[in-house]
Design a protein around this ligand. Structure first.
Ligand SMILES: *Cc1c(COP(=O)(O)O)cnc(C)c1O
Length: 360
């Protein structure tokens, strides 16, 4: 794909950028550029056009743009790390490209070539590689997304769509050490249901999770655990992370993909790394009861959540209404799979599965 490149005439001053990169936080600062590819359907099935790199800045949208009313949008999240060889690498970008297309199909948005998706990330890094922070666990977070821009209040798939990439420097998500998180078990809200949009990475799922997240915060919890009340409160996932349990005899249990949970690239990679070590991985229905009983009788010895932003985070406590179930702290399996995965991503551990892709 041919990209026009219009460099930002007013990039962030070098001193200011250095200041930001020294303490980037998460999702609050953005690099100098954005990548854009537009899509229009003139009754010909639609095509992508006007691929370009521009200065980062506000989007001019018609107030009737469908994304603003009917939330027709999907997004992705990935990280780019600077390795010791000076190159900037990202993790399994084709898996994200394929997932964006599955999400897009569910939300009646167009398919974008995997090649064009990967190229859009390369274009981003070609202009903004100076925004990749250095330091333990720090990365440039990449946020590709697709929005329905057509000005039309009728309800049907939009005929004008925009795909974009923005980039945001990110520090170590939970600040270095592995601090186990406190999880709020949501009994009032679910995230998804059969035939719904749970498997799509789409903004509406997040909008629907915010009230539950607010309840979690009120109860001093960091994250929400969503259940499937139609199946004896089977464990689904957190608002933006998949869940694993580790048994005392060295098995990993994670909820199977039934269409109501999001298929994490991290989840898939953890399964692979666990199997490489000879650990059995069970993808199956696991209820909150089984989890609680397992903690009590010592058969479940670790639990962790995983996703791109935080990589792997141990789960410390489950708060279920008045009851608090203390999960054992950071276990060995959690810590060592995390170390290996993060090592592959940052270039400290050999990439035996060919997961890393050089962007710049
Ligand atoms: C993005 C996301 C995840 C994690 O996916 P990764 O590819 O591992 O980052 C898990 N659950 C939800 C709901 C998500 O949106």
């Amino acid at each position: 794909m041919q990209f026009d490149i219009i460099e930002n005439p007013h990039p962030v001053a070098q001193d200011r950028r250095r200041e930001i990169l020294a303490d980037p936080g998460f999702g609050v600062h953005f690099s100098d550029h954005t990548v854009i590819i537009d899509w229009t359907d003139d009754g010909d099935g639609g095509s992508w056009h006007d691929a370009r790199v521009e200065a980062y800045g506000p989007i001019a949208l018609d107030p009737a743009a469908s994304v603003l009313h009917y939330a027709q949008e999907v997004f992705e999240g990935m990280k780019a790390y600077r390795h010791a060889d000076g190159g900037v690498y990202t993790f399994r970008p084709r898996a994200n490209a394929a997932r964006m297309n599955r999400s897009a199909a569910r939300m009646a948005l167009p398919q974008l070539d995997e090649e064009a998706f990967v190229e859009s990330l390369e274009q981003m890094l070609a202009v903004d590689s100076s925004w990749v922070p250095e330091g333990e666990g720090a990365a440039l977070y990449l946020r590709p997304f697709m929005i329905a821009t057509e000005a039309f209040l009728g309800v049907r798939p939009a005929r004008e769509v925009s795909y974009r990439v923005i980039a945001s420097p990110a520090g170590n998500y939970f600040g270095g050490e592995l601090k186990p998180v406190r999880i709020w078990v949501s009994r009032d809200f679910t995230r998804s249901g059969p035939g719904g949009t749970g498997a799509a990475k789409t903004g509406g799922n997040y909008a629907g999770s915010l009230a539950a997240q607010a309840q979690a915060a009120e109860h001093g919890c960091d994250q929400v655990l969503f259940l499937d009340p139609l199946h004896e409160n089977a464990v689904e996932e957190l608002g933006g992370m998949n869940v694993f349990l580790v048994t005392s005899d060295g098995r990993l249990i994670t909820p199977q993909l039934t269409g109501t949970i999001l298929e994490g690239v991290t989840r898939d990679s953890v399964i692979q790394l666990a199997q490489d070590r000879g650990l059995a991985v069970e993808e199956r229905r696991v209820t909150l009861d089984e989890w609680a009983r397992g903690i009590e009788d010592g058969t479940i010895v670790e639990a962790f959540a995983c996703g791109t932003a935080a990589v792997i985070t141990p789960i410390g406590e489950l708060v279920d209404g008045e009851t608090t179930i203390a999960s054992p702290g950071t276990g060995e399996v959690t810590a060592s799979i995390r170390e290996e995965l993060l090592g592959i991503q940052t270039g400290a551990v050999a990439d035996r599965h060919g997961w890393m892709h050089r962007l710049a």
